[in-house]
Design a protein around this ligand. Structure first.
Ligand SMILES: [Mn+2]
Length: 290
């Protein structure tokens, strides 16, 4: 059994420099995916802030952590991206079990499956057992994506169109920020408005739930489509940890095994007020089936 970082220290250190209003929180597990380090749209600072105010025994990096596709086109690597890597490695050294499941944008890391980088284990997929005894399969999810599976060139083309939408999104939010308005994801909005996108998301969820059924696990945790979701379908749970380019979301497991999506940007967005409500209470909490 992995030694608990929380048990070891007993409590959190006090006095956080920026988010005095936000209490530090302990979770049993945290899943984050689709960070896309190496792109301008990566909200590394938001994620750093989230990782600073949280602690966990298990930290899963559910793919597309570094964007190799984008880095091959043009090199972009600011200090914040280094800081984030350092932070992840540091968590590993301090007793958090860090598990890295590479995705399609960081497929280069798939060559290192079975190895460790510092305290970070690289695996193809993982089985996580929750505190309430449910077994969850953890995968990035690209192998269940019809477009990715059938035509990589189409996926790359779609990726470029998506990149364009994100660029517009970035400008749009710079304007909103100047006007004192909170962060609002244009591309996430567009995605939900487009009928095909809704069907695409539905197909993806169905494919992953089917995989969970075939593997006889109680649920599946994935990323890839940048759409956070936590849903109980029959006796299985579908959990998508979202992304850190638009919505800035994470999936967490509470100490008692309950799962929850944390909407980080929505609660501590770019126009965060110093005394804003705690983000922890804002997001819906999963109802544990009796
Ligand atoms: Mn992906």
């Amino acid at each position: 059994m992995v030694k608990s970082a929380i048990q070891e220290r007993g409590h959190f250190p006090r006095g956080h420099r920026m988010t005095a209003a936000i209490q530090r929180r302990a979770f049993r597990s945290i899943w984050i995916s689709d960070i896309h380090l190496g792109t301008r749209d990566c909200n590394a600072e938001f994620l750093l802030e989230f990782l600073r105010v949280t602690e966990c025994d298990f930290l899963y990096l559910v793919g597309d952590i570094v964007d190799g596709w984008q880095l091959r086109r043009s090199w972009f690597w600011p200090q914040a991206h280094n800081d984030l890597i350092q932070k992840l490695l540091r968590k590993g050294r301090k007793g958090t079990r860090v598990v890295y499941v590479p995705g399609n944008h960081d497929e280069f890391a798939r060559h290192f499956v079975g190895n460790c980088f510092g305290a970070v284990e690289v695996v193809d997929e993982a089985i996580h057992e929750t505190a309430d005894g449910r077994r969850l399969l953890v995968v990035h999810g690209d192998s269940f994506d019809g477009v990715m599976r059938c035509a990589r060139w189409l996926a790359v083309l779609g990726d470029r169109a998506y990149g364009l939408a994100l660029t517009v999104n970035r400008w749009f939010n710079q304007v909103r920020r100047r006007l004192g308005l909170p962060y609002w994801s244009l591309s996430a909005f567009l995605k939900l408005k487009v009928k095909n996108a809704v069907k695409y998301i539905g197909d993806y969820e169905a494919a992953l739930l089917e995989a969970a059924r075939l593997r006889r696990v109680d649920g599946i945790v994935c990323g890839h489509i940048h759409h956070a979701e936590l849903r109980q379908v029959g006796d299985r749970v579908y959990a998508n940890c979202g992304d850190w380019v638009e919505s800035c979301t994470a999936l967490v497991e509470h100490l008692d095994g309950r799962l929850e999506i944390i909407q980080w940007a929505a609660s501590v967005g770019l126009a965060a007020v110093p005394d804003a409500a705690e983000p922890w209470s804002a997001a819906p909490v999963e109802r544990v089936p009796a």
